[in-house]
Design a protein around this ligand. Structure first.
Ligand SMILES: C[S@@+](CC[C@H](N)C(=O)[O-])C[C@H]1O[C@@H](n2cnc3c(N)ncnc32)[C@H](O)[C@@H]1O
Length: 227
C-alpha cells in the first residue's frame, strides 16, 4: 500500500511539478484536506485532471491544532487505510509544499504503523510564489532570512531584528503590529494575498493595505531597507 503526498502549489494550477501531475493522472484515489471554508487543494487540480473519474475522499483537519488531536489523526489514517487497501495506491494533495506548515505530517506516524508507505512530492510554497509575483529577491549573498508565523514573531520580535528578510505566515490579523515593527526598525513591507489564486492582490506599500482587505491566505515579507 502506498500513499503519494503531493504539494500542489499555492494556487496557480500550473505551479505543480510534472512528477506530481503524472502521479495524479494515474492514481484513481485522491484524499483532500478540508478544515477551513475552502477545499483549495482540490480546486487547484480540478483543471488538470478529470475529477469525475477519480474516487475523492475528504479528510477533515481542524484549523486549531490545540489540545491532543492524536485520536483524530489516527482516525484519518484509518480512513486512508480502508480506501487504500482496495486500490493499493492513493494520493493525498496539499496546498503549497507538504513539509511546510502543512498537516500531512501529523498522520505519517500512524500510516507507518499501518504499513502504508509514503512518498512525498514537493510543491512550490507560498512564499516562493509570492516573491516571484512581487518580483523581489528573498535573500542575496550573505543575507540571512527567517520564516515564521506572525503570532510567534510578535511575541518576541526583537529576536528577528538582525535578519535581512523576515517572512510572516498566518499574518492577516496582525497588520498594525507588523507595520509598527517595520517602521521602528527600518524594514520595507511586501504583502501577497491569495497569490496565484482568484482574488490575488499584491502590495508594496503598507499604507495602502487595510486589515479588512486581507484573509488567511496572506503572507508578509519584511526586507531590511538599504541605507
Ligand atoms: C498552513 S500554512 C500552509 C503553507 C503551505 N503549505 C505552503 O507551502 O506555502 C497557511 C499559510 O500559508 C500562507 N499561504 C498559503 N497559500 C497562500 C497564497 N496563495 N498566497 C499567500 N499566502 C499563502 C498564508 O500565510 C497562510 O496563512
Amino acid at each position: 500500500m502506498k500513499l503519494y503526498v503531493i504539494g500542489v502549489g499555492p494556487g496557480d494550477s500550473e505551479l505543480i511539478t510534472l512528477k506530481g501531475l503524472k502521479i495524479l493522472k494515474k492514481t484513481p484515489l485522491i484524499f483532500y484536506p478540508t478544515g477551513g471554508k475552502e477545499t483549495l487543494a482540490l480546486s487547484i487540480i480540478k483543471d488538470l485532471i478529470p475529477l469525475e473519474e477519480k474516487v475523492l475522499i475528504e479528510l477533515y483537519f481542524p484549523m486549531k491544532k490545540e489540545g491532543d488531536l492524536s485520536s483524530h489523526w489516527k482516525t484519518l489514517a484509518e480512513i486512508i487505510k480502508k480506501h487504500i487497501s482496495e486500490k493499493k495506491e492513493g494520493v493525498f494533495i496539499t496546498l503549497g509544499d507538504p513539509a511546510f506548515y502543512s498537516t500531512f505530517f501529523y498522520l505519517k506516524p500512524y500510516l507507518e504503523e499501518m504499513k502504508i508507505e509514503t512518498e512525498i512530492i514537493p510543491g512550490i510554497n507560498s512564499f516562493s510564489a509570492a516573491s516571484a509575483r512581487l518580483g523581489i529577491p528573498l535573500a542575496l549573498s550573505k543575507e540571512e532570512i527567517v520564516i515564521t508565523g506572525a503570532e510567534s514573531f510578535l511575541k518576541n520580535s526583537e529576536k528577528y531584528l538582525f535578519y535581512h528578510t523576515i517572512i510572516l505566515m498566518k499574518c492577516h490579523r496582525y497588520l498594525r503590529e507588523i507595520g509598527d515593527f517595520a517602521k521602528n526598525y527600518g524594514f520595507s513591507v511586501f504583502v501577497g494575498k491569495r497569490v496565484g489564486q482568484k482574488g490575488e492582490k499584491l502590495w508594496y506599500n503598507l499604507s495602502e493595505v487595510k486589515e479588512d482587505d486581507l484573509d488567511y491566505f496572506t503572507l508578509i515579507i519584511l526586507k531590511k531597507t538599504l541605507k
